[in-house]
Design a protein around this ligand. Sequence first.
Ligand code: NDX
Length: 256
Amino acid sequence: SMQCFPGLVLALSSLLGALALLQLSLHLRVPSRYGKHEERLCRPRGRLPARCAWFLQELPSFLVPALLLALRSPPRLEPLGCRLLCCLFCWHYFYRTFIYPFFTRGRPFPLQLLFFGMLFCIYNGFLQGYYLIYCAEYPNDWCTDIRFTSGLLLFLLGMGINIHSDLLLRQLRKPGEVTYKIPQGGLFTYVSGANYFGEIVEWFGFAIATWSLPALAFAFFTLCCIGPRAYHHHRYYLKTFTDYPKSRKALIPFVF
Ligand code: NDX
């Protein structure tokens, strides 16, 4: 049966960090081509409805750690640590896989990116699940540790912001509509990438709560992946809407 290989965790986490840097260097100038940054004319084919695409893409991030957790033998009996933290990760991806896609009003998603997105979700789902289920060890009173409590709080806060902001974005469109409008309300009052801000806070909270290298690498990846995207969204809005609120920042309220 499986066991913990610390070397494997270190290698996979480092590769994730390297992917983050690659992602950052590729997407600082040119955003990844989906949603409002897709070049209209090229490749009208090779897309899947947003609903199927997000479902398929995110499913492995739920399934892989959930299976690792279910199939672990002998089951791990530690009171809290690994199990609860692994459940937090699965909880987010349960939402992202089984709830978010069914309400989205997004445009069809490019198959090529879907493929890479799925690979990424398998990789990261395995790394986070494997680490928490086979390697992580926490003292019995971890649930009262300041790292756990503050991290959990940030995680929940970020998730709340992310879900609320995605809801506000969805309500900008009637079913079947594909136009872009100026997001209003919630944290969109302060930043163009309110949903991204929430997601980033969420995964840094997770990194603090788990106090682990794999989770830190994933938080860093999230920052490098959707941080630049928030900036490109912001530029798109400024270019498209002359009445775009001047005080609004790209990603971090009042700062950037
Ligand atoms: N999926 C994370 N890299 C990604 C998919 C693409 O969950 O090859 C990363 C994720 C993947 C990426 C994933 C990893 C890296 C990949 C990349 C593709 C290439 C890249 C694989 C896995 C790659 C290397 C080099 C490393 C190999 O029509 P529409 O779709 O624009 O409609 C939108 C709508 N909307 C509006 N409607 C009306 N008016 C407006 N003004 C509107 N603005 C937006 O709202 C959508 O329906 C919806 C949300 O749009 P948007 O653009 O704000 O968010 P979106 O980017 O679609 O993300 C949706 C949610 C969001 O909550 C975000 O936080 C989360 O997913 N997310 C997204 C990406 C990554 C991620 C989280 C993470 O890293 N944790």
